[in-house]
Design a protein. Structure first.
Length: 130
């Protein structure tokens, strides 16, 4: 067995026909680092149950039961997701939002095809701060 071979060949994941997937940018662009464990749990649940527009109508009571959270914890998790720009909420509707471009602590330099001096590149990365 090589390291790039599946461990369980009979359980290779495929993308289902219904809308239910997690965007890799959640980790790659470090969105997940803004979340508490409870907020990440709520986000995963919402991504899993949302329709093709990212909409879910689960009530607070149902979410608390399914995620074994009390109401204050659920509210805190929801606020965290809204502040992170991952979810919109208007009772009773949740909408999982498309991920925007985000990288904590760094900005990607604008690619122009022109040569740049190294100090200019670093200046672009820190927003021009001295």
């Amino acid at each position: 067995m090589t390291y790039n071979s599946p461990i369980c060949r009979d359980r290779i994941r495929t993308i289902p026909e219904q809308f239910s997937w997690v965007d890799h940018r959640l980790v790659r662009d470090r969105h997940i680092e803004l979340l508490s464990h409870e907020a990440a749990t709520l986000y995963l649940f919402l991504v899993t149950v949302a329709d093709y527009q990212g909409l879910s109508y689960y009530s607070d009571t149902s979410l608390c039961e399914r995620l074994t959270m009390d109401t204050p914890t659920l509210v805190s998790a929801r606020i965290c997701l809204v502040k992170a720009g991952l979810v919109a909420y208007k009772k009773p509707l949740y909408q999982v939002l498309a991920l925007g471009d985000r990288t904590l602590g760094s900005k990607k330099p604008k690619v122009t095809g022109e040569a740049m001096a190294i100090p200019e590149i670093f200046k672009g990365l820190d927003g021009g701060a001295k």
